[in-house]
Write a new protein. Structure first.
Length: 114
């Protein structure tokens, strides 16, 4: 494994705790902190407004990162001209064929032993 890139938020306490995956080898590593110019911490005078503003800025920052990486979903609305299913069509989609195993067996099979 050559590199792991994490994007994190550093709070006013300036502490950062990272739990790394088990496959990360033990040994010497380089840690680099690069700040993002678009998001800066606010003063703590008006904490509630600051907190909301910080979350808003962080959300937009991460939306921009996802959009630039081509990973931001914008398909959260039905396509134009869609026709809703009838009650019968929905029932047909949600009903197993005759002679099928019970649904809980399929669920247990997917979950495996736990």
């Amino acid at each position: 494994m050559d590199a792991i890139k994490l994007t994190v938020w550093i709070g006013e306490d300036k502490k950062l705790i990272i739990d790394l995956p088990a496959e990360v080898p033990v040994g010497l590593v380089d840690v680099q902190v690069t700040t993002h110019a678009g998001i800066k911490a606010k003063s703590t005078r008006n904490k509630d407004n600051n907190r909301e503003q910080l979350w808003s800025e962080m959300r937009e920052h991460f939306r921009t990162l996802l959009r630039n990486a081509g990973m931001l979903s914008t398909a959260h609305h039905a396509p134009v001209g869609w026709i809703p299913l009838t009650e019968e069509e929905r029932m047909k989609l949600g009903t197993l064929p005759p002679g099928s195993r019970p649904t809980d067996e399929y669920v247990n099979e997917d979950r495996g032993a736990y």
